[in-house]
Design a protein around this ligand. Structure first.
Ligand SMILES: [Zn+2]
Length: 421
């Protein structure tokens, strides 16, 4: 079911943006350039903030005349958006928030940075999808999964699902690509007039034990699931089968990914399904995905304090569930946990991560909230040492490879210290 036209020119009048928007964009670009030049940061978000202050409707104006894809969900947004960007690049320039700045300022910055790009692939924080999508009228919304994340900021996951469901219902022209193995994502996407269902699997169902619509228990039977209220797993249009994604017409995308793990295969299947809607051949899309080796520093292999280190990001129970199997069974593991606003200050989710599987290997609790982590590891029966600075934690280990898993701001701090190696 390809979309009517790759570039939806018919939906938007090809007129120059209003003067107010042009001024806002010019000043935002200047501010971003100054910020970059002074080393004050990537600069983009500052520019986005300025543009939004000068033109409250700047998102809508900047989105006109582009084919926009939004990517949302609890885990995998940055990776999946990066995959889609890579797949669409042969068709033309793509505006993208590659650094994961997924709130409105970051989205505006990405659009301001590439004003002439015919495509935009934007990852969007779940709580901003309704507002952003109303303004951008995306061709496609990719809804990856829904589980608990940052309880104090994002809110209760079923409330997030209800918000997304209402947003989807207000987008009759948008195709919604959703993982039909995730009952909460399915409940939200079921409100779409144009759903595309991907059986992408999932290993974390603890947040979808109860139906998002009626609260009754979801019955699971193999891949199928249903609730007594009638909500049930729809028939998939795409199936992730091992290392390939196959659609109901038999079109196949081989996924020879360099990125590790089942979750990335799921992200790839979602990206292929979305790209196919925009007219990209699935096999060609799969081949493009094989060229990705890291995503905004995640999965990066680097040298820190003389050790070969692989850097992974995990910031909630579902993300940890996918990350633990990647860690092998020998190398020491340094876990860095912060509790800043962007991480969520409530770290109670640590108690839902099965850290018990790390017993028997060297573990270091690091990060600004290493004390909270250390308590959790103690109750999990995992002997460990504590060292708040993750780089010093690595330095203190015997020679050899190290797995370093960090949550959001701890991960970003590592990126800023990449010269420490
Ligand atoms: Zn129900």
């Amino acid at each position: 079911m390809p979309l009517d036209s790759p570039v939806q020119a018919e939906r938007r009048a090809r007129t120059a943006p209003p003067r107010r928007t042009r001024v806002a964009v010019a000043l935002a670009r200047a501010a971003a350039a100054v910020s970059r030049g002074t080393g004050a940061g990537a600069g983009g978000v500052v520019g986005g903030r300025i543009a939004a202050a000068l033109d409250p409707d700047v998102v809508r104006h900047l989105g006109r005349d582009r084919t926009v894809v939004l990517v949302t969900g609890t885990n995998g947004k940055t990776t999946t958006a990066s995959m889609l960007t890579r797949v669409l690049e042969p068709l033309g320039p793509v505006a993208a928030n590659r650094d994961g700045a997924n709130m409105p300022d970051g989205l505006i910055a990405a659009l301001v940075d590439r004003p002439d790009a015919p495509f935009a692939v934007l990852e969007v924080d779940e709580n901003y999808v309704a507002d952003v999508a109303q303004r951008l009228r995306p061709a496609c919304l990719v809804l990856l999964n829904l589980s608990r994340d940052q309880l104090d900021r994002v809110g209760e996951v079923r409330a997030v699902e209800r918000g997304l469901r209402a947003a989807v219902a207000g987008l009759p022209g948008t195709a919604v690509v959703a993982n039909c193995d995730d009952p909460l994502a399915t409940s939200a996407a079921m409100a779409s007039a144009r759903p595309v269902w991907v059986s992408a699997g999932g290993s974390w169902t603890a947040d979808a034990l109860a139906c998002g619509r009626c609260g009754r228990p979801i019955q699971h039977d193999g891949p199928a699931w249903r609730c007594r209220c009638g909500l049930a797993r729809p028939r998939p249009d795409w199936v992730l089968a091992g290392d390939r994604a196959v659609d109901s017409a038999g079109r196949t995308a081989p996924l020879a990914l360099q990125l590790p793990g089942r979750a990335n295969a799921a992200n790839a299947a979602m990206a292929v399904a979305a790209a196919a809607l925009l007219g990209v051949d699935p096999a060609a899309a799969g081949a493009r995905l094989a060229t990705i080796t890291e995503v905004a520093g995640r999965y990066r292999r680097t040298t820190l304090a003389g050790h070969p280190v692989r850097v992974l990001l995990a910031k909630n129970p579902a993300g940890w569930r996918e990350t633990l199997p990647l860690l092998g069974d020998r190398s020491p593991v340094v876990i860095a946990v912060n509790g800043r606003e962007a991480d969520g200050r409530d770290l109670s989710w640590l108690w839902d991560v099965p850290f018990e599987v790390l017993r028997g290997r060297p573990v270091v609790a690091a990060g600004e909230r290493s004390a909270d982590l250390a308590v959790r590891l103690t109750y999990a029966g995992v002997p460990h040492v504590r060292c708040a600075d993750p780089v010093r934690a690595v330095a203190g280990l015997p020679p050899g490879p190290v797995e370093l898993v960090a949550n959001y701001t701890a991960f970003r701090q590592l990126g800023q210290r990449s010269g420490d190696g």
